[in-house]
Design a protein around this ligand. Sequence first.
Ligand SMILES: [Zn+2]
Length: 317
Amino acid sequence: MLSGNPIQRACPVCAARDAAPCLAKGALRLVRCRRCFMVYADPVPPELVSGAYYDGLGESYYLSPGKLESDYSPVRFERELRWFRRHCAGGRVLDVGCSSGAFLFQLQARSPGTYDVLGTDVSGPALDYAESRGIPVRRGDFLAMDFGGARFDAVTFWAVLEHVAEPRRFLERAASILEPDGRCFVLVPNFQSLAMRLLGARYRYVYEQHLNYFTRATLLRLVQPRFRLVAAHSTHFNPIVIWQDWRRGGRPVSNPQRAELLRRTTAWKQNRLLTPVRWLYRLAESALGAVGLADNLLFVLRPRSEVGDEFGPGRPV
Ligand SMILES: [Zn+2]
């Protein structure tokens, strides 16, 4: 794995080839674009660009008991579901990078008969599992997928655009298959989060699978050609991850370890004895979110019309 000749990249946001070294961790090299300040991995292993890496991550990660237990726990997509249902009342939903299908499963479980769901991913083993839970799937490369003229009311990218070499093409494809008043949901790690500021390269989410490191400004610049911003939030906060990564001091986390850490943090989130702690935790998450320091950025977007859109980028929230 990750042994092919590295692929050189242009800036995924502005396409310039003018970047300065920013951060190094193991074999990972991050650079910062001098034109738009986007931070991205360069060069990158070909298996990550093609997606072949994820197809090989079955038993060791996506289907490991820790990862599945965490994905299918009711707390895993709590925030995403709240925002999703607020901005999309029903209709056809495509989850790109759906992995084991947990988001769509939870969506259907909470709103039976409201959504017509479809998941797609490059990881065959994860899709096998999604199908076993009753989620309809399409296999392969989203960019090359033929939907036969079908339109969707929502397209979701939950923690996907940080993994792909050409995120702009994914957004263009999403815009092309959305209903004119459809919604696109994007969640990515926040490069300006408190965790990132405290931990830097020690943070577990600075790792080879993440090719793009967005701030609110660079994500906005990426989406603007095809979308208007409907809502933007900074969401999620995991002090356990900060504590664990601080103690680990940046030592690599294997995929099985990553799955086990996910399982443990999910179990803590569900532990009733920790209810008072959760109150404090939610307060901290809201406060960090209000100042843009929470772990992730969540954008709700609506496609611009094909013939230009005079309304500008939308109201920043
Ligand atoms: Zn750039």
